[in-house]
Ligand binder design. Structure first.
Ligand code: GDP
Ligand code: IMO
Ligand code: MG
Length: 451
């Protein structure tokens, strides 16, 4: 691969992260930006993610393979920080091939990524329903137990699938242990190691052409001045360290995770883009200070079609929470914010925004550390005027109603960060690139394919 001397943005390495609890519209944003980049990499999570892309009237929900695969010429990487369920992966590969998206020579899977096995799902389902356990409301994909085995140094990596003796021994030992745990603690039906081995051998052959040293590939690409987009999954408040623990996912969803989960050094990152809805949603249990449970909630849920992309569960909805968003801006070093679903707020008389909390009646100047504290805080709202004209599908900033511009200015001013892009509908072209924003100047020009 040759360095392109005409590209003034050589070496852009940009992370796109969720700034809330996931489902902010990262899929749409990455799909839109992907044509500017030569490589798109996922760095954490697994098929708990559901990234919706709607282009030319066609809807695709990608769970494991980066949305960038849809940009002709871009190469897609599943990094070492991702946990891969081969069943979900091969299903998604077939779905993309059936949709006419070529994968040969374009999809690369890190040999160091960890593998989800059926016992991870079994243990998770049993544990979530066990009496006395905190019910996180996970996606039941085995994500947490797989990361537990990784951190416990007893996981199985993609590369291990190809050492058949190791694979057989690993599965036999793990199944014996997990069956014993399930029987003792949860009373589940035992899994069969022999059948599991055969199935995973079959999967390993299906994905073999895509296995690569993803870390080396990405670093070579960066050395050659090629542009890389890092596609986050979930959101900052679901981060294992920085999120609303224990109601989080089991990986580092934040910009720091983009380095760990790909092997690209922190000094390579040139920008972090934070994606937030114009309001807030959350799927599953856990703190949500600005949550609504009234007619406004139902209005936003129906209008925003707020039902989980993966599980179909109704999403909890609420107003935008600026203290939490400021926290996300800080943790990720967000250089530009991208606001999605502005159109869903159309037609409201007033739009409240959470600008602080009160704890036990007194102002609270920090993000609560515990769930108990989260339960006791009360949001403080500032109410801004709504707008009655439609923003749906607008593509020019100047065409936004003045109250919508006022809302966005308020958010950007409060956070002290620019809003670089505004999404006004689910389609690729229903987007406003804010003129003269840093975001518009940092994007590499649409990638020419240099091989
Ligand atoms: P992700 O997980 O962050 O990629 O987000 P999801 O795909 O799970 O959920 C976002 C949903 O909002 C999807 O159904 C998108 O098609 C939709 N969406 C994204 N941006 C917009 C927008 O600006 N307006 C509207 N109306 N829908 C949007
Ligand atoms: P995308 O990438 C929204 C939530 C689950 C649960 C918690 C832990 O589409 O934004 P897990 O299965 O990860 O152990 O569940 O995290 N969750 C998500 N919520 N969007 C996601 O992904 C999510 N992935 C996990 O609902 O509360
Ligand atoms: Mg999603």
């Amino acid at each position: 691969m040759k360095k392109d001397p005409t590209n003034s943005h050589d070496g852009a390495c940009v992370a796109v992260v969720g700034a809330q609890w996931g489902d902010e519209g990262k899929g749409k944003v990455v799909d839109l930006l992907a044509s500017h980049f030569q490589w798109i990499a996922r760095y954490q999570g697994g098929h708990n993610a559901g990234h919706t892309v709607i282009a030319e009237g066609r809807k695709l929900i990608l769970q494991l393979i980066p949305c960038g695969i849809l940009a002709p010429g871009a190469r897609a990487v599943i990094g070492n920080g991702v946990v891969v369920d081969p069943e979900a992966l091969t299903r998604e590969m077939s779905l993309l091939e059936a949709a006419g998206v070529p994968l040969a020579g374009r999809l690369f899977i890190s040999q160091r990524a960890h593998v989800i096995l059926p016992y991870h799902r079994m243990i998770e389902l049993a544990a979530e329903n066990a009496p006395g356990r905190v019910k996180i409301g996970t996606t039941s994909r085995g994500i947490g137990p797989c990361y537990e085995d990784k951190m416990g140094r007893r996981g199985l990596r993609i590369v291990d699938l190809y050492d058949r003796d190791l694979l057989r021994a690993h599965i036999e030992n793990a199944v014996r242990e997990k069956n014993a745990i399930a029987a003792a603690l949860y009373g589940g039906a035992p899994l069969d190691a022999g059948r599991m081995f055969e199935t995973y051998v079959e999967y390993s052959e299906l994905i073999r052409p895509h296995i690569a040293d993803a870390c080396a590939l990405l670093n070579q690409a960066a050395d050659a001045g090629e542009s890389i987009l890092l596609e986050g999954a979930q959101g900052t408040l679901l981060d294992i360290d920085h999120g609303t623990y224990p109601f989080v996912t089991s990986s580092s969803t934040t910009a720091g995770g983009a380095c760990i989960g790909t092997g690209l050094a922190p000094t390579r990152l040139t920008a972090a883009l934070g994606v937030t809805k114009a309001y807030a949603t959350r799927v599953g249990g856990g703190p949500f200070p600005s949550e609504l449970n009234d007619a406004a909630a139902e209005h936003l849920r129906q209008r925003g079609r707020e039902f989980g992309s993966v599980t179909g569960r109704p999403r909890r909805v609420g107003w935008l929470d600026l203290p939490l968003l400021r926290y996300a801006v800080e943790i990720n070093g967000v250089s530009s914010l991208i606001v999605t679903k502005l159109d869903i707020l159309d037609g409201l008389d007033r739009v409240p925004v959470c600008v602080g909390y009160r704890l036990d009646g007194k102002p609270c100047d920090h993000i609560p550390y515990t769930v108990a504290e989260f339960e006791r805080i009360e949001p403080v709202y500032e109410t801004l005027p709504g707008w009655q004209t439609s923003t749906e599908g607008l593509t020019r900033y100047a065409d936004l109603p003045s109250a919508a511009r006022n809302y966005l200015d308020f958010v950007a001013g409060w956070l002290g960060v620019e809003i670089g892009m505004i999404s006004t509908g689910p389609e690729r072209n229903q987007t406003i690139m804010v003129p003269e924003s840093r975001l518009s100047s940092l994007l590499p020009r649409p990638a020419a394919v240099t091989v």
